[in-house]
Write a protein that binds this ligand. Structure first.
Ligand SMILES: NC(=O)c1ccc[n+]([C@@H]2O[C@H](COP(=O)([O-])OP(=O)(O)OC[C@H]3O[C@@H](n4cnc5c(N)ncnc54)[C@H](O)[C@@H]3O)[C@@H](O)[C@H]2O)c1
Ligand SMILES: O=c1ccn([C@@H]2O[C@H](COP(=O)(O)OP(=O)(O)O[C@H]3O[C@H](CO)[C@@H](O)[C@H](O)[C@H]3O)[C@@H](O)[C@H]2O)c(=O)[nH]1
Length: 431
């Protein structure tokens, strides 16, 4: 099949490379010329394990990129993988999706056959039908269901394991209103359907809601284990032993029970806030989801409080290990390192930081130029009165004697990754 992908960020690039690997011809449209140039040179614009290999194999062959929407004229299916950031009140800002739909609509009439437009972005129920569809119709002069198909196919990949997640998903969700659009999605994902991946065939609004429900459930699950963990800490109980035990109950499940400094990233914070805003807009107050956000917002503060119990950091050098919102990514959007660094700077600390990913480091340097960024853990720890571990990069699990370089001995671990040992004043966030 010939597939167009509009937007080449974390989702668009991964989906493009993986669909090319399925054997499709893929063309990626992005407004950012440097992203397009990188893709055409076979380089990934983002850090994602496995992506370089796929781009190496397919870029310039079955995968190429352009800034020109007119190049979509020959495709069968077009995915919109555009950002849906949060407004100040938490609701989603659909401006970029609307702009992309407008540009796509202008070329849609030139596409032969019955093209299917698929919304891949995370959007609140009704957006595909009430916002994207009408823009496409207005700009193209065509009719949904008669001249072109409209679908929603939310994406569940996680950053840091995006390629693996896309290639081996727990499920596929196809939201459609007509059979031809559904058939188009089935053809796109044929290799996964052959592998018996469960497929949820549903309506547009249901598909949109499934995505929010999925993220809200996972985020709330982490907030619940964080709340339980905070109680555990008060009673000197190890929350990880408790989590392992409750995870054995099949109704609970062991995944996403790692308590600590909380959830960050480009999705959970934005999507839970969007669902809360969407509910309130209809007059429903989602108290539990708001509580999940509140618990999450408090975890970095708890981490700083634990530090305060041991050191007055004013004028002291303090080491932050981990800047990306999770390991194996360069993404710092809503990273827990942000409120941690803010808190340290407010206390007058001299902050030094290290992340194994250079992209994450550079993004943080832009945000916090007053922080000193070092190239490895040892010089970061050296001479610091305390260390705060914010991201669970595997290399932090190997740190041991490096902590002896601290001028003090305090380690506050927000991710349960450092080995507790003699000679360290070790504080786990929930253990
Ligand atoms: N990041 C994730 O892990 C993830 C996972 C599942 C779903 N989602 C959802 O997918 C959507 C995309 O997220 P993302 O993280 O990939 O975004 P992103 O910010 O990484 O990438 C968006 C890309 O779109 C490009 N763009 C902006 N305006 C454009 C336009 N008018 N035409 C063409 N390209 C344009 C940007 O240059 C950028 O490269 C969001 O709705 C997000 O919630 C994200
Ligand atoms: O037990 C856990 C698991 C995760 N986290 C944190 O939760 C955040 C999100 O992690 P993760 O879900 O692994 O990464 P994301 O890339 O944000 O993926 C989430 O958001 C994506 C965008 O919507 C969805 O597609 C994915 O299914 C969903 O897992 C990170 O800060 C993690 O440190 C914890 O604190 N404890």
């Amino acid at each position: 099949m010939k597939i167009g992908i509009v937007g080449s960020g974390y989702v668009g690039t991964t989906v493009a490379a993986c669909l090319a690997d399925f054997g499709h011809d893929v063309i990626n449209v992005d407004v950012d010329e440097s992203v397009v140039r990188q893709l055409n040179d076979g380089e990934s614009p983002i850090t994602e394990p496995g992506l370089d290999g796929l781009l190496d194999r397919h870029a310039g062959e079955s995968l190429w990129a352009t800034t020109d929407y007119d190049d979509l004229a020959n495709v069968d299916v077009i995915f919109l993988a555009l950002p849906t950031p949060a407004n100040d009140d938490g609701s989603i800002d659909t401006a970029v999706v609307e702009a992309g739909a407008g540009s796509l609509g202008a070329v849609l009439a030139d596409v032969e056959g019955y093209p299917t437009v698929v919304v891949k972005s995370t959007v609140v129920p009704g957006t595909t039908e009430d916002v994207v569809g009408p823009i496409l119709e207005r700009e193209s002069g065509l009719r949904v269901g008669t001249d072109f198909g409209l679908a929603t196919n939310p994406e569940f990949l996680r950053e840091g394991s995006a390629v693996e997640d896309f290639q081996h998903p727990d499920k596929l969700v196809f939201g459609t209103t007509d059979d031809r659009a559904l058939e188009a999605l089935e053809a796109v994902y044929a290799p996964l359907l052959d592998d018996d991946v469960p497929v949820v065939r549903t309506g547009l609004r249901e598909a949109e809601m499934i995505k929010y429900a999925n993220n809200a459930f996972l985020a709330a699950k982490i907030s619940l284990i964080n709340e339980l963990g905070n109680i555990c800490k008060e009673y000197d109980v190890d929350a990880y032993e408790v989590a392992d035990a409750i995870g054995l109950d099949a109704r609970i499940g062991g995944a996403f029970l790692r308590s600590g400094v909380g959830w960050g990233g480009s999705c959970f914070p934005k999507d839970v806030a969007a669902l809360v805003a969407a509910a309130r807009e209809r007059g429903y107050d989602p108290e539990l989801l708001q509580a999940a956000i509140d618990v999450n917002d408090r975890q970095p503060q708890r981490m700083l409080d634990l530090l305060d119990r041991h050191v007055d950091v004013e004028g002291e050098r303090v080491a932050v290990l981990g800047l990306a919102f999770k390991p194996h990514t360069d993404d710092v959007r809503n990273s827990r390192a942000i409120p941690i660094i803010e808190g340290l700077l407010e206390r007058g600390a001299d902050v030094v930081a290290y992340d194994p990913n250079r992209g994450a480091t550079e993004a943080m340097r832009e945000r916090f130029p007053e922080v000193e960024y070092l190239a490895s853990a040892s010089p970061t720890l050296s001479g610091a009165s305390a260390a705060l571990v914010v991201t669970d990069w595997p290399e932090f699990a190997d740190l041991d004697l490096e902590f002896d370089l601290l001028s003090g001995d305090v380690v506050v671990d927000g991710r349960r990754i450092v080995e507790r040992r003699e000679g360290l004043t070790y504080e786990g966030l929930t253990w």
